[in-house]
Design a protein around this ligand. Sequence first.
Ligand SMILES: [Zn+2]
Length: 328
Amino acid sequence: MATNQRYRWPVASAALLAALLAFFVGCKGESVWPDHPGPKVVVSFAPLYCFATNVAGEDAVVKSMMTTTGPHDFNPTDMDARLIRHADLFFINGLSLDNGFAETLQRGSGNRKLKLIALGDRIPADKLLEADEDHDHDHGEADHHHHEGHDPHVWLSPEMAIVMVEGIRDELRSADPAHYKNYDRRAVEYIDKLRKLQTDGEKLLAGKKDKKLVTFHESLSYFARSFGLTIEGVVQKKPGVEPNTTELSKLIGLCQEKQVRLIAIEPQYSAHTSADAVLKELQRKNAVPDPAVVQIDPLETAEAGALTADWYERKMRANLAALAEAMK
Ligand SMILES: [Zn+2]
């Protein structure tokens, strides 16, 4: 009996091991990437997918690591590791937004040909904004990206997006020199669209006298600079965490003192309750004439099915239209 049991286990383990091996071999590599010539490109999150795919066209394959989970909350899975194992280029935002897990994935991949490019590093230092350190935040969560150095939300400025697109063009050119003319042409075409996005946004907001806002997540500094808005205050340093009553009454005081009537919230995080509380209090106190809440998406997440080449432009235009509608 005892002898039988001793022998049964290795047989069972061997069968299990064989099944597991077959499973992993079956999942590995080839199935993650389509059989398509040209560079295999991974981007960390949604806006970079649009930038890269517009330049890549038919000459390269682009995949986005993140869709519905944004860079604030992302934890790579085995699927992401497999993507990286056979990729040629890995574009990230940089500026401490997505460097951490990207470097870990690169180190763990054993992929020596992989080139990791932080596109934010191409933006001249004098165009970068400091991360706002004036507000209260929880130092217990040391890895949160808003805590030190530069504000990473550069993609929300079309001007900064253009610098990133140029970076992608240059890397695709050197990875695939045979198609450099195609990359150049598509980059020119896409940059034209981004310039148009900028001028259309300026036109939409041109007649508005009052361009002041308060926000619940400090993601809008570059966006504000691009379109002449003034962010008078940021209440919530950590996305998804409701501000406390002290922070809320500070915000209400700020709106009253600086006469800010617009409260910007983003659809992904649950600041709605707080925004409604601020709104009600401003109305009750008659502190600001006609206060309002406006939804502005920082483009950190996308529904997987909605992530198309024109997603960035569509989302930016929707933000600008919402602002134009709410502003006076
Ligand atoms: Zn953010």
